[in-house]
Design a protein around this ligand. Structure first.
Ligand code: ZN
Length: 138
């Protein structure tokens, strides 16, 4: 069995951003040489997500509005976690949006359904943070 590991680094300009990382993941798959197997991609930080959804700007705004409704960033004082930090909302948003995705590798390609794309969801950005890509197979 072959195995491949890579860390991808991101530093967003805004506190919250969604980045389509599908091209980076496809690059990792190509570099791995693996044709049949499984790919895991996870955020290595507890205030960021990796998830699969549609690359459509209206939907991305809908995610922002929905998440702000569930766990508003402000006032910071509404959260017990914000004694020394201001990112309680980011922890909650990350939990809802998920830590990782697993994608089947078939014939050397990401075996997606229609419109599926992989996103990095940043909820407490403006600093360097990582995503892990692990691929196993033949
Ligand atoms: Zn925190």
């Amino acid at each position: 069995m072959k195995s491949y590991r890579k860390e991808l680094w991101f530093e967003t300009k805004e506190r919250r951003e969604l980045i389509n990382i599908t091209p980076d993941i496809a690059e990792c798959l190509k570099a791995s040489g693996i044709k049949e197997g499984l790919l895991l991609c996870n955020a290595m930080h507890i205030t960021a997500s990796v998830f699969i959804n549609d690359d459509e700007s209206g939907l991305h705004q809908d995610f922002e509005t929905w998440l702000e409704g569930l766990a508003p960033e402000k006032p910071y004082s509404r959260y017990l976690h914000n004694g020394f930090e201001d990112n309680a909302d980011a922890h909650l948003k990350r939990t809802i949006m998920g830590r990782e995705v697993v994608v089947a590798i078939t014939g050397g390609k990401l075996d997606f359904g229609p419109w599926e794309q992989i996103f990095y969801g940043e909820f407490d950005g403006r600093r360097r943070k990582r995503v892990l890509v692990k691929i196993i197979g033949e």
